[in-house]
Write a new protein. Sequence first.
Length: 88
Amino acid sequence: MSAHTESPWRWDRERDQILGANGSVICKLATGEDRKEEDANARLIAGSPALLATCKRVLKAIHWGVTDDRMSDEQQAALLKAAIEKAE
């Protein structure tokens, strides 16, 4: 499996596109009448690398019971909450 474009990704609202850490265009967003839905889609796409990394880290902690920094359940929950909030 190929690696995705380096994160963090960011949303350029003026140009309706998602950019990688190096400024490369990840995608151009379709625009229409429902700007709230488009904004929500853009945040979800831009936040996807952080969501993926967080899910992998927490899954490792749950499945094997260890992480490099020995996260507690509360720390795992806080990481997941932060990643979700970034994407919402």
